[in-house]
Design a binder for this molecule. Structure first.
Ligand code: ARG
Length: 461
């Protein structure tokens, strides 16, 4: 039983409830790969430093290989009585190789062991997220490329504001995702130090080579303070913060897909592969994947709140509270990964109703700003006055039931005598979008410039 690994000073068995609250194997079994990695590095270092014999180290390493094969083959006995992944591995090692197994834990504690395993896991999760963000950016770039000049309404307050290009709109998400990837990368850089060798909390009297284990595990070096080594979970918080922000971006895109796929908007269509039907309403075509991406944000941001709450006020060094670090992190990254993958799938498959979007781009007097700008540029009106004249033109167009581009010249002249036929050239959505050539603006040439820059950047990686 698990007690055998620590039960020397006890005479009575733990209550069943003690095991119920203490057990974590169903959650932390996911750390098995990292646990083996950490144990191998520690074992080799112990032998190199003469702390255990090379023969014992070889036996331990062969036992760890066997355990790996058992886990991969589904034959490993994960047992609740051994509490967690670390003691399950150690107990199994003892069954496989005998008492020499007990030498592996020399100069190590589960405290630095779990801190190491978890850091390795979170580091890999950040790397996976970065890769998946790149895939999504790739899908967005391809769509943006195909629609660099396709018009759509740009909104503020979800009210028609000014025409933009669909490519420009998609590229806004490419930018957000670029910063998201940057946050995961920054978190990774900061977390890439090894806690191993911190031992229980105070370090070890054995001559450990912490640089050797750090290097073997791909860390930049050992953590400089053993108390911090076993107590720090800010690496996980930082990864969760990056995940929450990224999930927030995905949920905004998902929300737009939900809106755009309504028949009322009808801008885009999700593929059959990313739509669902209704069990009662035969006509339905629901954007469930987008809705679930939108909703996964709840779990991901919730995980950040959960772990920050667990960590706040914990005295140094290790407290068992910290075992509760894993469920939120695993849950958040599971959600993050499925959300990223599903979003990539939806975007790759997305078909665009370009005519409908272009028609909508001109609705709602969306070129009113262009009219005001024309009055400023051509007639030298102060912008405030141009704004007022244009507002009255919009009111007149509304009365006549026409768009600004169809407002008769005499109506415009009645408001501002200097207006000429030339004004109509700026009142189409295409002209409006094409005129916005400032750096970062919606003109197709600018959008293409940003697409090219991003493609080059992603190819460089
Ligand atoms: N399962 C524990 C965790 O995840 C491992 C560390 C246990 N350490 C201890 N001193 N009880 O945090």
């Amino acid at each position: 039983e698990g007690q055998k690994l620590w039960g020397g000073r006890f005479s009575a068995k733990p209550d069943a409830l003690m095991q119920a609250i203490n057990v974590s194997i169903e959650v932390d079994r996911r750390l098995w790969g990292q646990d083996l990695q950490g144990s191998r590095a520690h074992c080799r270092m112990l032998a190199r430093q003469g702390i255990i014999s090379q023969a014992d180290a070889d036996l331990i390493l062969s036992g760890l290989d066997q355990i790996e094969a058992e886990i991969e083959g589904g034959a490993f006995p994960f047992r609740a009585e051994f509490e967690d992944i670390h003691m399950n591995v150690e107990a199994r090692l003892a069954e496989l190789i005998g008492p020499v197994a007990g030498r592996l834990h020399t100069a190590r504690s589960r405290n630095d062991q779990v801190a190491t395993d978890f850091r390795l896991w979170v580091r890999e999760a950040c790397d996976r997220s970065i890769q998946m963000i790149r895939d999504l950016q790739g899908a967005l770039l391809d769509k943006a490329d195909a629609h660099a000049a396709s018009l759509m309404p740009g909104f503020t307050h979800l009210q028609p504001a000014q025409p933009v290009t669909f490519g420009h709109h998609l590229m806004a998400y490419v930018e957000m995702l670029g910063r998201d990837a940057g946050r995961f990368a920054d978190a990774r850089t900061r977390m890439n130090e090894s806690p191993l060798g911190s031992a229980a909390l105070a370090g070890s009297p054995f001559p450990l080579d912490r640089d050797m284990t750090a290097e073997a595990l791909g860390f930049d070096g050992p953590m400089a303070n053993s108390l911090d080594g076993v107590s720090a979970r800010d690496f996980a918080l930082e990864a969760l913060a990056a995940a929450s922000i990224c999930a927030g971006h995905l949920s905004r895109l998902a929300e737009e897909l939900v809106i755009w796929t309504t028949p009322q908007f009808g801008f885009v269509r999700l593929s059959d592969a990313f739509s669902t039907g209704s069990s009662i309403m035969p006509q339905k075509r629901n954007p469930d994947a987008a809705e679930l991406v939108r909703a996964k944000t709840g779990r991901i941001s919730g995980a950040l709140v959960a772990l920050s709450t667990v960590m706040k006020g914990l005295p140094l060094a290790y407290s068992k509270d910290m075992q509760e670090d894993k469920p939120p992190v695993f849950e958040a990254f599971d959600a993050m990964e499925v959300a990223l993958a599903a979003t990539t799938g939806m975007i790759r498959d997305l078909s665009i109703n370009a005519d409908r979007m272009a028609a909508a781009a001109g609705a709602g007097f969306s070129t009113a700003t262009d009219l005001a700008d024309w009055l400023v540029r051509e007639l030298n009106l102060p912008f405030r006055e141009a704004h007022h004249v244009t507002g009255r033109a919009v009111r007149r167009a509304e009365e006549l039931g026409v768009g600004l581009a169809d407002l008769p010249l005499e109506d415009l002249k009645a408001l501002e005598p200097g207006v000429t036929m030339d004004v109509y050239a700026v009142l189409t959505p295409a002209a409006s979008a094409a005129s916005r050539t400032t750096y970062g603006g919606t003109a197709p040439e600018q959008v293409r410039r940003q697409i090219a820059a991003w493609k080059a950047r992603l190819e460089d990686e």
